[in-house]
Write a protein that binds this ligand. Sequence first.
Ligand code: ADP
Ligand code: MG
Length: 334
Amino acid sequence: MRRSAAIIAVLIMLLTVSSCANSEKTAEFFAMDTYMSVKAYGGGDAVDEAEALVFELERKLSITDGLSEISAVNEAGSAQVSQETAELVASALGLCELSGGALDISVYPVTRAWGFTAGEYRVPQEAELEKLLRLVDYTKVKVSGDTVSLGEGMLIDLGAVAKGYAGDRVTELLRSHGVKSAIINLGGNVQCLGRKPDGSRWKIGVQDPAGSGYVGVIEAEDEAVITSGGYERFFVEDGKTYWHIIDPSDGRPADSGLISVTVVGKSGLACDGLSTALFVMGKEKAAGLWRENGGFEAAFVTENGDIIITEGLSGRFTTSGGRKVSEVIRRDEN
Ligand code: ADP
Ligand code: MG
């Protein structure tokens, strides 16, 4: 009698443990100016910790929070920051260099003049842009130990990489709680941990930049899938659309022929920085950067509606709604 009761107790315990391991928990919140969700299978309260972590990162990195570490750097031109922020600025500078300045974290005086920070949109005069562009030069941003310093009058903004970095940190945190399967959506920046609980790969939709719905679906596993699109933040004046991704070479919204770039790879930080950079560079230069560096794959949508993918996405990118891939960029140029 006592023995069977003990067996039943053990069985109940085992069932509880296994259902906990697979139980799904989601946190949904608004941070970094966008809707976010973290869905994890197992890991108990890990998603709540993940939410807290994203808010903590926002407090450090936000340019609209006057008390953030980045604001301290911008106000004084030089400030001591946490080791984490110093390392993130250094990594971002590495991506600025890799992209030949298509990504430039010091483009902030220009994006601010267009009103993209405050949401008070305006088209700056040519002379104003010329003056502000003199302040844009990421090579004058220095990281020395925990101190970040800028050239005279310069301002930095990590907006192009912060969500990707946050995705990396959240993934790391969930993994440290034993989570084997999770999907993190930080405002269209998707990061997945492992595979779906049923063992299949995650299917991540690539939004149609010219309408609603998806242009296609990418299958992913333990990867970030990050899109930069002209549709994400823009305004229309006199029939012309102006979006929030700025070409640091002329201070105007990037006009490279692309309307969205999705980058797939292991590092959310790198994918985020690269999606912005490749959007500015345009297809040809982007293909060159991909051939020379690798370590990531990309899908482009052009203003003509063409869908172009790098060859590593062949077989795991499925177009939707009767669309077709127009071109596959190959490592070997012919
Ligand atoms: P989103 O944040 O909408 O997903 P991105 O990752 O492409 O899009 O980042 C765009 C943000 O990065 C802009 O809101 C602006 O703050 C900043 N930004 C715009 N152009 C550049 C650029 N060329 N280099 C670095 N940062 C940029
Ligand atoms: Mg980006």
